[in-house]
Design a protein around this ligand. Structure first.
Ligand code: SIN
Length: 309
């Protein structure tokens, strides 16, 4: 057996096609002004060949979040599809689905009454990790009759919309990320409200991780903002009274309506987004109804930017 054969084929990431290549095998229809595209001609429950996988990756890079409608996926099939884009990225604090260690369920039960849910604050998945996940794939198993939309905010646009002076200043800055306001023990009572999920908070969440405020995307080479309300707790080197207004400005600026992409879910939809260049948040506006999604995550790289170089 050669060394390559020791790795199951589906674990090998397929390189993105260069931008000059147009889509030949999949349909790609742009969804909104700020990004997003609906992909057609793909059955994700089947083994996909490298060309199709490469075109899907190209679409994710081009549109930042892509949507597939009308899928019928088991957790194993969702894992197999995710792995075509890179290895699994372990999910801290959240217990996986029984017998599927690479899948978490994102659930809100009909009886939950709190006005927030899992993922309700704007965030980029696990940006508190040294190597946060590149991709997240969310599959809708059961959806409410109204509400429960997910929103993404395009962080290339957010950065491009800033003045040259602000861009220059931000390029030199480091953001401090931490899971403390999400998963430290003080948050256990909040997670206990989420009836369909098991989250175990821990002091591990107090760990701090520095990342550049302006990230150079590892595949597109484009700059984007990389701060978020949920996990960015400070800016390196600033006094508290200096950084608070700047962080508040960045959180509001980076998620303004003009940069957002919104998806109204139907059962069988799958969204695949690039955490390197979008933030996202989930609406919890469907009290009285159940929403059940399964999520997988694909490993990413340590964020790079001029501040970190
Ligand atoms: C998340 O991944 O943060 C949850 C998104 C959602 O449930 O819509």
């Amino acid at each position: 057996m050669t060394p390559m054969q020791t790795m199951p084929e589906e674990l090998v990431p397929v390189a993105a096609a260069p931008p000059t290549v147009t889509y030949r095998r999949i349909g790609v229809e742009r969804w909104s002004g700020a990004g997003g595209a609906v992909i057609s001609n793909v059955d994700l429950s089947q083994e996909l060949d490298d060309e199709v996988v490469s075109e899907i990756r190209r679409a994710v890079l081009d549109h930042h979040v892509v949507f597939f409608r009308g899928q019928h996926l088991t957790p194993d099939q969702q894992v197999r599809f995710s792995r075509r884009f890179g290895p699994y990225s372990p999910v801290p604090f959240v217990e996986p689905v029984a017998d599927h260690p690479e899948v978490i369920a994102v659930v809100r039960e009909a009886e939950e009454r709190q006005r927030f849910g899992f993922g309700s604050l704007w965030h980029s998945d696990f940006s508190f990790l040294p190597e946060p996940p590149f991709g997240s794939l969310l599959y809708a198993v059961e959806v409410p009759p109204f509400g429960g939309d997910t929103l993404w905010a395009n962080q290339y646009h957010a950065f491009a919309a800033l003045s040259d002076a602000m861009q220059s200043m931000l390029r030199g800055l480091v953001g401090v990320h931490s899971a403390r306001d999400g998963y430290a023990p003080k948050m256990q009572a909040v997670h206990d409200l989420f009836k369909g999920m098991k989250v175990t908070t821990s002091d591990e969440a107090l760990r701090e991780q520095a990342h550049p405020v302006v990230r150079t995307h590892g595949e597109t080479g484009r700059e984007c903002l990389y701060v978020n309300q949920q996990y960015t707790i400070a800016l390196g080197g600033f006094h508290q009274h200096e950084q608070r207004p700047l962080l508040d400005f960045l959180f509001a600026h980076s998620t303004q309506d003009a940069f957002t992409i919104r998806w109204r879910w139907s059962a069988g939809d799958l969204a695949f987004w690039d955490n390197r260049c979008v933030q996202h948040m989930a609406m919890a506006d469907f009290t009285g109804h159940r929403r059940f999604m399964t999520r997988t995550t694909v490993a990413g790289e340590a964020p790079r930017g001029r501040a970190a170089d």
